[in-house]
Design a protein around this ligand. Structure first.
Ligand SMILES: [Zn+2]
Length: 150
């Protein structure tokens, strides 16, 4: 079931929030099994590229010993940004399932709409709004708590 994989991505998002990172999580699924998971680690790693999707793709590629993830699906709690949208394309991921939309920073259905560009050579199928309410609530709560800390 696709929703159970999104539940795993949501768990990664919550873990990221507990580490003080923006709570976004992702998992990569191949042949019905999770082969990579990741949450935001940009602060921990001092690495602006350590978004949840990139972390999950790195984990999956490392585990499978392959550069491309042809046939794999990626579940992520927030619409991917332009960088992650491109990485997903380069990895030849088949389908992207995302939770909440990101009108301010998304690069799939907002902003540059990477997959709709002629320079995009592999566009995954995109399914949005998966567990959207829960994904958005985790982000809202995180930013509300941070404001209260100020
Ligand atoms: Zn990203």
């Amino acid at each position: 079931m696709s929703n159970s994989f999104m539940d795993e991505a949501l768990a990664e998002a919550r873990s990221a929030g507990e580490r003080g990172e923006v709570p976004i999580g992702a998992v990569v699924v191949l042949d019905g099994a999770i082969v990579g998971r990741g949450g935001n680690r940009t602060r921990e790693k001092n690495d602006i590229t350590a978004h949840a999707e990139i972390e999950a793709i790195r984990a999956a590629s490392g585990r499978l010993g392959q550069e491309r993830l042809t046939g794999a699906d990626l579940y992520v709690t927030l619409e991917p940004c332009a960088m992650c949208a491109a990485a997903i394309s380069f990895a030849r991921i088949r389908r992207v399932y995302y939770g909440a939309e990101d009108p301010k920073g998304g690069g799939v259905d907002h902003g540059g709409r990477f997959y709709a560009q002629p320079t995009c050579h592999h566009a995954p199928d995109v399914y949005s709004g998966i567990s959207e309410g829960e994904a958005a609530a985790i982000l809202r709560q995180f930013f509300r708590e941070r404001r209260e800390d100020d």
